[in-house]
Design a protein. Structure first.
Ligand SMILES: C[S@@+](CC[C@H](N)C(=O)[O-])C[C@H]1O[C@@H](n2cnc3c(N)ncnc32)[C@H](O)[C@@H]1O
Length: 220
């Protein structure tokens, strides 16, 4: 199997990945990630960071920071800690911080978002962009984000969520093979992150174009 099809297999199975599969997949993605995924996801990233910049509190945790595409967009007053499972993705983020002299990025650490080891309430805001459908266990991801954010702080996630009905349901099914190859997981359901009535406490904002990605925001 060649590298591209192995990557598609790792990322696009539609099932959650275990941590080793995530590391393997993003070891391969790291060199081309910005080119392949940077453009299509840019609006979602900008929208989420603009929201972070408007929120009170300086201590920001970016979960699954990847190659650091969002890092240049944070306000200078925000103090950013970025974490990621993939050392190769993080190496790109580290290079970006140095090249762009992003002094407000305090740390970039190889850590598992589901079990970070940070102190409870250590951050004012936690944000995860295009990560929830990639982590091995989205429920653990959200629980850990809640734990490390102070009471009253904010949690933001940008992701693709499967449409539940209407025209997008049909479009997504038609696009499924291509989207799976990019790791969008068109079948990633809102319930996988917010089961039962948990979604009642979440504000969902569709991001143009097409509302393919959604910003989900909740207060701790
Ligand atoms: C689709 S990329 C998104 C990267 C970045 N947030 C962006 O907007 O471009 C998903 C990232 O999540 C990371 N990731 C997946 N599971 C993780 C976990 N359990 N802990 C930390 N990072 C994880 C991957 O290594 C990858 O860098």
């Amino acid at each position: 199997m060649n590298q591209a099809s192995q990557t598609r297999r790792d990322i696009g199975a539609g099932n959650q990945l275990d941590a080793d599969a995530v590391r393997r997949a993003y070891r391969r993605w790291a060199g081309v990630y910005d080119l392949v995924f940077g453009g299509i996801s840019a609006l979602g990233r900008q929208r989420a960071v603009a929201e972070v910049n408007r929120l009170p509190g300086a201590r920001v945790l970016e979960v699954g920071v990847g190659t650091g595409l969002a890092l240049p967009h944070y306000g200078a007053e925000k103090r950013i800690t970025g974490i990621d499972l993939s050392a190769e993705m993080l190496a790109r983020a580290t290079a970006r911080v140095a090249a762009e002299r992003l002094d407000n990025v305090e740390a970039l650490l190889v850590l598992d978002a589901e079990d970070t080891g940070f102190a409870a309430g250590q951050f004012d805001i936690a944000v995860a962009m295009f990560v929830a459908s990639v982590v091995p266990n989205p429920i653990l991801l959200l629980a850990e984000m809640r734990r490390v954010v102070r009471p009253g702080g904010h949690i933001l996630l940008v992701n693709h969520f499967a449409a539940e009905n209407g025209p997008r349901w049909w479009v997504e099914r038609a696009l499924a093979p291509a989207s799976r190859a990019l790791g969008w997981h068109p079948d990633f359901a809102v319930e996988a992150l917010f089961p039962g009535n948990e979604r009642a406490a979440v504000t969902f904002v569709p991001i143009p174009p097409l509302g393919l990605f959604t910003l989900a925001r909740l207060q701790n």
